[in-house]
Design a protein around this ligand. Structure first.
Ligand code: SF4
Ligand code: SF4
Length: 272
């Protein structure tokens, strides 16, 4: 796994693969909730669902150089994907990891087909106090997980840490400090549309803030590692062990933001 000192992270290798805590993919970017300070900015993103074929190609490349403990299907809300069993099959056959997990708000999980539960090892159910899942739904999900041998973790969440600043950070020292203290860069590795990211923010910050900040660099390109890099292992290690912030960190508070009560954003108005 990785070692952390006050500034730099160092990763260990096994069979020429970098050992990591986890890897996730956003199988959808849209969600049926609108949590304030949603880390992947889901309430502000257009609807999108990953193609199983495209994910298969990304994981084929990554599995040669990366060995995460667990692969997480996240979003958005993963149960909004039109073919979650196909996505799970791709992850299972990639050889990337032995543990496959889904993270959900639970509203659609109780009625998902058996084919989803059969392909899962773990489920993390986020119970938001601002949009509480009914007790009977939790009971039903628990029964289905028990039936299929899926390890269920229920996380009650009554507060969020502010992650998106009101305005871009201006001081290089502040950006460096946010990056140094950010634990997401070790725990929230992301594969998304042909690139590897050390956290979930670059592709989505770019999409959401491009109109507001026309001089924003193409963050997904700037802050991600292309998976068709001919020397992917060296490139990946250098990227993961960097001690300089991403360009995206200027638009992010990482794990340094203040804690706030959990809240739902108002529903976006339908177009007239
Ligand atoms: S349920 Fe998760 S993905 Fe959906 S808006 Fe809330 S934090 Fe974001
Ligand atoms: S953009 Fe920077 S501060 Fe934000 S989560 Fe990623 S590494 Fe951390």
């Amino acid at each position: 796994m990785c070692r952390l000192d006050s500034r730099a992270v160092r990763y260990e290798l096994h069979d020429s693969r970098v050992l990591t805590w986890s890897l996730e993919t956003h199988v959808t970017t849209h969600c049926n909730l609108r949590c304030a300070q949603c880390c992947p900015l889901s309430p502000h993103l257009p609807a999108w669902a990953v193609s199983p074929q495209a994910l298969a190609e990304d994981l084929r490349r990554l599995s040669r150089v990366l060995k995460p403990n667990v692969f997480k299907l996240t979003g958005g809300e993963p149960f909004l994907h039109p073919d979650l069993p196909a996505v799970l099959d791709v992850v299972r056959t990639s050889g990337l990891t032995e543990q496959v997990s889904v993270t959900t708000n639970g509203f659609l999980a109780q009625s998902a087909p058996d084919a989803v539960y059969e392909r899962l090892d773990r489920m993390t159910l986020s119970f938001y106090t601002s949009a509480p899942l009914p007790e009977r739904s939790i009971t039903r999900i628990t029964e289905r997980c028990d039936q299929h041998g899926v390890h269920l973790t229920v996380k009650a969440i009554d507060r969020f840490q502010r992650i998106t600043p009101d305005a871009p950070l201006t001081s290089d020292a502040e950006i460096q400090d946010v990056f140094n203290k950010c634990w997401l860069k070790q725990r929230c590795h992301l594969v998304h549309q042909g690139r590897f990211f050390t956290c979930t923010r670059p592709p989505h910050v770019a999409t959401v803030f491009a109109a507001e900040h026309p001089h924003l660099p193409a963050l997904a390109e700037h802050d991600g590692v292309l998976l068709d890099d001919p020397d992917l292992l060296t490139r990946l290690l250098g990227y993961l062990e960097r001690d300089t912030p991403l360009a995206t960190c200027r638009h992010c508070l990482g794990s340094s933001g203040p804690w706030e009560p959990h809240a739902q954003l108002p529903r976006a108005r339908a177009a007239p």
